[in-house]
Design a protein around this ligand. Structure first.
Ligand SMILES: Nc1ncnc2c1ncn2[C@@H]1O[C@H](COP(=O)(O)OP(=O)(O)OP(=O)(O)O)[C@@H](O)[C@H]1O
Ligand SMILES: [Mg+2]
Length: 391
């Protein structure tokens, strides 16, 4: 295998080996098994910070579900929060594949009566629905809850009668607008009460869980919430060695430890480090064993790569007040509390609240028993930054 392609830093890029996720995968596998045995399992909501591997896990699970005959539909919610029209399109696809034309029309017409803020048009010849927003102003989901429930209630018996289960794989679920989240969770709740084989496997930042709890009190009975954590030392070893082996690359224990120490077990960073090591192997004969000193020699390149790309984007895309907030945090011991940041900036808690809210919504800062950065090494990056205030 070409050394260039062994490691895969990049948003949503499937690693050659998905390390340290067996437990999380197991939960989904037993849900698929239940579906295939005609049972309706609990939905799953994977949460974790940016770059921890939510998208790749979700994609891997979708592949597995498809290979097991489960009708699987993928949605990535963008920051505009638009979920319902895409859900409807997938429901249409399911009905197109699994029901007669009259049924398809009835189901949609019944549901669409309430979807007043959406345009639905049906062309019987080619069994096509087109779904679009009437205009963004009227895209207020007053009627979503009832209509989505109606739709799922209509699809449920068809799915059950055909023995064909459905799973929605939804990424970035924290971006779902409150009304859409409310409607979707309500509809899933209803299908689970009626034992229809429709479930969702979703992923999002930890903020997602709070939003879901804010919406529905029964959420802990409808979902399980596995966390996606940083990789352990063993996981990092596997993330490096398993794909490396195919190209004749191996790592000694101290080398793995050095990568683990540098990356904090953050999956994206592990891929970056691996790629940098490979780039420096061009003139080496294979097989080759990577040692601690070989890793250490590349440490500056690794940091430069992160500084020039990953950290820089996180920093440069912030407003001046957000950047000052980040510098304040970097100068404090983390986790810190909001009072400390406010005091450092000479402001009140109320004055800095909007900036904190923005940083949280962008996934840069988390507030969970104190404020901290969601990616390892960000404090050090900020301290290396030329604009970091001289103490
Ligand atoms: N379990 C893993 N083992 C090895 N590498 C992984 C693992 N999970 C993710 N990666 C790598 O980490 C990087 C980020 O993965 P991914 O895009 O899935 O994260 P994410 O949590 O979805 O990030 P974001 O919140 O920004 O969308 C990718 O380069 C991927 O190859
Ligand atoms: Mg992602």
């Amino acid at each position: 295998m070409n050394l260039k392609y062994i490691y895969t830093p990049g948003a949503g890029k499937m690693p050659k080996y998905l390390a340290g996720r067996n437990k999380q995968i197991e939960i989904a596998l037993s849900a698929f098994e239940a579906l295939n045995e005609g049972e309706v399992p609990t939905c799953i909501a994977y949460s974790g910070y940016r770059g921890v591997g939510k998208t790749v896990l979700l994609n891997r699970l979708q592949e597995t579900a498809e290979s097991q005959g489960i009708s699987s539909y993928h949605i990535e919610i963008r920051e505009d929060g638009c979920l319902i029209p895409r859900l409807l399109e997938h429901c249409r696809d399911f009905l197109n594949d699994h029901s007669g034309i009259e049924k398809l029309k009835n189901v949609f017409q019944k549901a669409s009566g309430a979807l007043k803020s959406l345009e639905l048009s049906f062309s019987p010849e080619n069994r096509e629905f087109s779904i679009s927003k009437k205009n963004s102003g009227s895209y207020v989901a007053m009627y979503f809850s009832q209509s989505l429930e109606n739709l799922f209630e209509a699809i449920g018996p068809i799915a059950k009668a055909k023995g064909q289960s459905l799973c929605f794989f939804i990424d970035e679920f924290q971006y779902a607008s409150p009304d859409e989240m409310d409607a979707f969770l309500g509809a899933l709740h209803r299908t689970s009460q009626l034992s229809y084989p429709i479930i969702a496997i979703i992923a999002g930042t930890p903020e997602m869980i709070k939003k879901m709890y804010d919406k529905k009190t029964y959420i802990e009975r409808l979902f399980v919430f596995p966390d996606l954590m940083l990789l352990s030392l063993t996981d990092v070893g596997e993330a490096l060695s398993v794909p490396g082996k195919k190209a004749g690359l191996s790592y000694d224990k101290a080398a793995v430890k050095a990568v683990y120490k540098a990356t904090g077990g953050y999956p994206y960073f592990v891929q970056v480090y691996g790629q940098i090591l490979c780039a420096s192997l061009k003139d080496k004969d294979m097989p080759f064993k990577i040692t601690e000193s070989f890793v250490d020699d590349q440490h500056d390149n690794y940091l430069k790569q992160l500084d020039d790309n990953f950290y820089k984007i996180r920093y440069n895309n912030r407003s001046k007040s957000e950047q000052n907030f980040l510098f304040a945090m970097a100068s404090l011991t983390l986790p810190c509390n909001t009072n400390d940041v406010a005091r450092y900036l000479g402001k009140t808690n109320k004055q800095i609240a909007p900036t904190l809210a923005k940083l949280k919504s962008k996934g840069i800062v988390a507030n969970d028993n104190g404020l901290y950065f969601t990616v390892p090494g960000f404090t050090e990056y900020l301290k290396r930054h030329p604009d970091y205030p001289k103490q």
